[in-house]
Ligand binder design. Structure first.
Ligand SMILES: C[S@@+](CC[C@H](N)C(=O)[O-])C[C@H]1O[C@@H](n2cnc3c(N)ncnc32)[C@H](O)[C@@H]1O
Length: 288
């Protein structure tokens, strides 16, 4: 099926356009649109400008689910006036969404000024450019992310200071939300390098998964109609509002909390073993 038949532009209630995958029956940024969502979820929540201003050397961002590049470009545009070096690594198993989005750049509106680097990125799967004081080194890892992250040999990619995690929803795209995936991802982090990972879901299953994978986990900012999202990090210092003992109590009673161990979506209460592991997590151990 040609890309034009697999994707379409949808106009949201606020008049902003977003890309929709017809195969996956999901709109990429369904509530407030690509730029507003990326600013709230990633730029402000990661305190990206503040971290970049105080950061010597390369700041590494992993963009998991490149899609139509709205998150990546919003992050670059929001920091283009800062003297900084950004190393951006985007992961996706398809380039069609980006290709489709570039063909509809005028409607989507967030490509302005980045058309040339993106054309080079699509062609060569990497691009380096200078934008004012900001230098950008951007590369693509094309392939299945769960397989890539599970392969310990694939270590040439620098370890991240921030991760934009934007797969399709767990019900549609369970392979991107399993406990093995987040465990491997956590193992890829450098314990000496503070790293935060915001994502749009606030589900108990996701939060338990992140905790069991080794992350600390906090409540994330509202984005549009979502009153809460989630931020995970390898240090509590990057979390404004860590999940607390009340959240733990609710998770222990929830009917939908057990992590996915296989790429199959399911809802189940915590097993006794998982519940015990959760109680012993350093984030909660002090509350017992
Ligand atoms: C919601 S879209 C991402 C939107 C994107 N972040 C943006 O700003 O436009 C989800 C993306 O995840 C990618 N994806 C889904 N499963 C994947 C997998 N197993 N490996 C790598 N990428 C995957 C899809 O191809 C899709 O582009």
């Amino acid at each position: 099926m040609p890309a034009a038949a697999r994707f379409q532009l949808v106009r949201l209630n606020n008049g902003i356009c977003s890309v929709r995958s017809l195969e996956d029956a999901e709109t990429f940024h369904p509530v407030v649109g690509p730029v507003a969502e990326a600013e709230a979820l990633y730029v402000r929540q990661l305190r990206l400008r503040e971290r970049l201003q105080n950061h010597p050397g390369e700041f590494v961002i992993w963009d998991v689910g490149l899609g139509a590049a709205a998150n990546a470009l919003t992050v670059l545009r929001a920091t283009r006036d800062l003297a900084c070096q950004i190393r951006l690594v985007s992961f996706d198993h398809k380039l069609e969404p980006l290709d489709f989005a570039l063909q509809h750049a005028a409607d989507l509106g967030y490509f302005g000024g980045y058309e040339n680097p993106l054309a080079e990125f699509l062609r060569a799967h990497r691009v380096e450019f200078q934008d004012g004081a900001q230098s950008v080194n951007w590369e693509l890892q094309l392939g299945d992310f769960p397989a890539w992250v599970a392969n310990p040999a694939a270590t040439s990619i620098p370890r991240p200071h921030a991760i934009l995690f934007d797969a399709y929803s767990p019900a549609r795209n369970p392979a991107m939300w399993t406990l093995p995936l987040f465990t491997h991802l956590f193992q890829r982090l450098d314990p000496q390098r503070a790293c935060a990972l915001p994502t749009y879901s606030r589900s108990t299953i996701l939060r338990v998964t992140l905790l069991l994978a080794g992350f600390f986990v906090g409540v994330g900012h509202a984005t549009g109609m979502k009153e809460e999202t989630t931020v995970a990090a390898n240090t509590l210092e990057l979390l404004a509002e860590p999940l607390n003992a009340r959240w733990l109590e609710r998770a222990l009673r929830s009917h939908s909390a057990e992590p996915l161990r296989e790429p199959v979506y399911s809802c189940a209460p915590l097993t006794p073993t998982t519940a015990e592991r959760l109680r012993q997590h350093p984030q909660f151990a002090a509350c017992q």
